[in-house]
Design a protein around this ligand. Sequence first.
Ligand SMILES: Nc1nc2c(ncn2[C@@H]2O[C@H](COP(=O)(O)OP(=O)(O)O)[C@@H](O)[C@H]2O)c(=O)[nH]1
Ligand SMILES: [Mg+2]
Length: 280
Amino acid sequence: MNINWYPGHMKRTKKLLREQLTLVDIVYELLDARIPLSSKNPDLNRIIDNKPRIVILNKIDLADPMVTSMWAKYFKEQQIIAIPVNTITGDGIRQVMNETEVATKPKMDALAKKGRRQRPVRIMVVGIPNVGKSSLINKLAGKKSTQIGDKPGVTKGKQWIRLRRDMELLDTPGILWPKIGDSTVALNLAFIGAIKDEIMDVETLAYRLLEILWANYREKIIVRYKVEREYDIVIDLMDHIARNRGCVLKGEEIDYLRVSNIILNEFRSATIGRISLEKP
Ligand SMILES: Nc1nc2c(ncn2[C@@H]2O[C@H](COP(=O)(O)OP(=O)(O)O)[C@@H](O)[C@H]2O)c(=O)[nH]1
Ligand SMILES: [Mg+2]
C-alpha cells in the first residue's frame, strides 16, 4: 500500500536505528497527537528494549485538547511518560527536559557510583516521517546550542548538539516506518498527510474524512461550512460544501477534486478546528 516502505528499506532503517540506539541513554518517541496509535510503530518497544523513553504527543495545536488530555492520562496509566508538545511554539519542551533528567537519573547515578567520568545524558528523537522530528530537534537545539564535533567511536558524520551542561542530542533522528496493519491506520496517516495522497484518490480520501468529521465533529463542520440542515447522505453534504465554496463546473456540475482538496487542507491546517481522529 505504501510503496516507500518495502521490506529492504525497512530492514536498513531498523539496522540504522539499532546503531543509533546504542549511543544514547534516552529516546524521545514522537507521535502525532491527532492519531497517537496510527502514528506509532509497535516494533519500537522491542527495539528500544529497556531504555528510558518519553512519548511526545506532538502538534497539540492541531488536536482536540480534551482528547489529548485523555491520551496523556492513558499513557500515564501504563507507566509511560507522555508529554503534549507544540514543537513550533515550544509548549511542553521544558517539561520534556525535566522528565529527561528524572528518567535518566538512575543510570547516571549508577555510572557515577562505578567511578565513571561524568558525562552528559545522550538523547535521540525517533518517529515516523512528518511527525515533527526535525522541528523538535531545531527547537531543542535553539540558537545558543553548540555543535560538538565528531567523537571517536561515534558513527561518522553524526553530530551531538549540546542542549545544557548535562544533556546532548543526536542531530539525526531515528526514522521509523509506519505500521500499516489495517486500512484505518492507512486512512488516518493519509488524512494527516503523513503518507502520500496516492494511496487513495483525493476525492475518496476527502469523502471518508468528511464521514468521520460529520459523525464526530458535526458542530465544527456546521460552523465552518454554513450547514443549515441535517444530511443523512454525506455526498449531499459534500455537494453543499462545494456549492458554498464555488466548486462548481460548467453546467452546475460539482468540482469534486477542488472541494476535496479544500476539505483535506482545512482539516490538516486545523482551519475546521482542533480535531483528533483517535481516542484511547
Ligand atoms: N502545527 C504544527 N505543525 C508542526 C508541529 N511540529 C511540526 N510541524 C510541521 O509538520 C511538518 C513536518 O515536520 P518535520 O519536523 O519536517 O517532520 P519530520 O519528517 O518528522 O522531520 C512541518 O511542516 C512542520 O512545520 C507542531 O507542533 N504543530
Ligand atoms: Mg525531518
